[in-house]
Design a protein around this ligand. Structure first.
Ligand code: PFF
Length: 491
């Protein structure tokens, strides 16, 4: 459905905002931010972090908003419209989000298993063994690919069914409705957790650890690159999700206000969550006399091992806070997951004039097949490789390509009228254009080179082979999608 008049639109500004916030607020906010902030200067990290939001995050959000709003289509059609020879790049950009979809489902599936288990602390006295041996049946050797963990597989099937069901329905009945329910519930549950966490003995130890500033950190370039990276991931930039969601905006929306609302909500949520996470770690440190530095971790280690250990120590109240915590992760994961189906399915609809339902089903079917790899015993190791590759290589490169195409080749001045149309207090102009045309692509390119060169130096052979396979997929699939003739006259 590419005809602008018939094109589906959000039924209200609130639906759009909640969908955007639901996409941005994900696992990255809950288990990545607290750790990144702590390891990068604590309280002092907030300075590079806020500067990154202002000079990278929000300006890039405007680019995706502006392009989606103006072209009312996905990135492939946009690049094709700019010049048919760039269509390939449009498909290329969507490969990283597609791969992210395939493994993010698995992480959400792990979490789904913890929801029922947390009601009776079914992880027992050794949560690490429960996670690695019982649930994942982990094997760090590649031969683990030959063995499937049935629990992970079943849980993943359930998550696929849920996100397919939400996404394949029409926009407002599917994504719109799911976010109107899940996003506010996520916020309410997180508020309960954080308020409770603040009452725990030892909370102040955690908070002091998190927020004590190490001012020397400000002069360390790695801290700046950590802040940029966190903001890009947290605001889902480079994934063209915002662009896809903004393509359904009605004409009367105040875009600068909307983008600011999303950025502020996302960052408030993550700083607030960090307060809760560190209060809980402080409690454990005090109760079991473990230095807090030994408890702090991120990702699956924090959520599925350290937190269950702490819920064990909490006694009865752990039976309430545990399920709340895993439900938060579940809702945050699902609303992010449905958003990342959108870019590719929108582009397929644009080019092949298929229905939404069919396009979503195709994207889910392909990603599902890839995701089966993560249900094997090697899944967790493989997931780590996918994650590093898509983030350090894929998304950063996407930002460079996107800004080059939209800012330097197409020209941001073409996006300005739409962006400023209903703007009130903030109007975009020259400063924004300079930032997006020169400063951001340059910084992102440097970060990309840094990430890729570190990867080449430090990575082992198996990982390198897997990364090369991923690279081939990312290069070849877009060639195929570009070559297949379009079924839409306006493509
Ligand atoms: N902003 C999301 C997060 O913080 O988790 C990033 C994201 C990841 C969005 C994966 C969507 C997704 F499927």
């Amino acid at each position: 459905m590419t005809d602008n008049k018939k094109r589906v639109k959000w039924d209200s500004n609130l639906s759009f905002l909640l969908a955007m916030i639901g996409s941005a607020v994900g696992l990255g906010n809950i288990w990545r931010f607290p750790y990144v902030a702590y390891t990068n200067g604590g309280g002092a990290f907030l300075i590079p972090y806020i500067i990154s939001i202002l000079f990278m995050g929000i300006p890039l959000l405007f680019v995706e908003y502006g392009a989606g709003f103006k072209f009312k289509s996905g990135i492939s059609r946009i690049t094709h419209k700019i010049n048919p020879k760039y269509e390939y790049l449009g498909w290329f950009i969507q490969m990283s989000p597609f791969l992210i979809l395939s493994y993010y489902v698995c992480v959400v599936a792990w979490d789904l298993m913890y929801v029922p288990v947390s009601f009776f602390k079914g992880w027992g006295t050794n949560p690490e063994q429960f996670f690695n041996t019982v649930l994942l049946q982990n094997n760090v050797h590649i031969s683990g690919l030959l063995h499937i963990s049935i629990y992970v597989l079943i849980s993943m099937l359930i998550i696929w069914a849920i996100i397919w069901f939400i996404s394949h329905r029409n926009l407002n009945d599917g994504i719109g409705k799911a976010n109107r329910i899940l996003t506010p519930m996520l916020f309410i549950m997180m508020i309960i957790i954080v308020l409770f966490a603040l009452t725990l003995p030892g909370a102040s130890i955690g908070l002091a650890t998190l927020f004590t500033p190490d001012w020397n950190a400000i002069f360390n370039p790695n801290i700046w690159s950590a802040a940029f990276g966190q903001i890009l991931f947290s605001l889902s930039i480079g994934m063209t999700i915002t662009l896809a969601y903004a393509s359904y905006l009605p004409d009367d929306v105040n875009i600068p206000k909307s983008a600011l609302t999303v950025a502020i909500a996302n960052s408030s949520f993550e700083v607030f969550t960090a307060v809760g996470v560190f209060s809980i770690l402080g409690f454990m440190s005090l109760t079991n006399n473990i230095p807090i530095g030994q408890l702090v971790s991120q990702g699956t280690g924090l959520a599925f091992i350290v937190f269950p250990q702490i819920f064990n120590v909490m006694g009865t109240v752990g039976y309430v806070i545990g399920p709340l915590f895993f439900l938060c992760l579940l809702f945050a994961g699902i609303t992010s997951n449905i958003s990342i189906i959108e870019p590719l399915s929108l582009s397929l609809q644009d080019k092949f004039s298929t229905s939404r339902s069919k396009a979503v089903s195709i994207v889910c079917a392909f990603a599902f097949v890839i995701s089966l790899l993560f249900s094997t015993s090697y899944g967790s190791t493989l997931l780590g490789i996918f994650d590093t590759f898509t983030n350090q290589f894929g998304l950063l490169l996407n930002v460079v390509i996107q800004t080059t195409l939209l800012a330097i080749i197409y020209g941001l001045d073409n996006l300005l009228p739409g962006l400023n149309k209903n703007a009130t207090f903030l109007k975009l102009g020259k400063k924004w254009m300079l930032l997006v045309s020169y400063f951001i692509p340059l910084i992102t390119l440097l970060l990309w080179i840094d990430g890729v060169s570190r990867n080449v130096i430090f990575v082992d052979t198996t990982t390198m082979i897997i990364e090369l396979i991923l690279l081939m997929i990312m290069i070849i699939l877009p060639i195929i999608l570009t070559k297949i003739p379009s079924k839409n006259d306006d493509f």
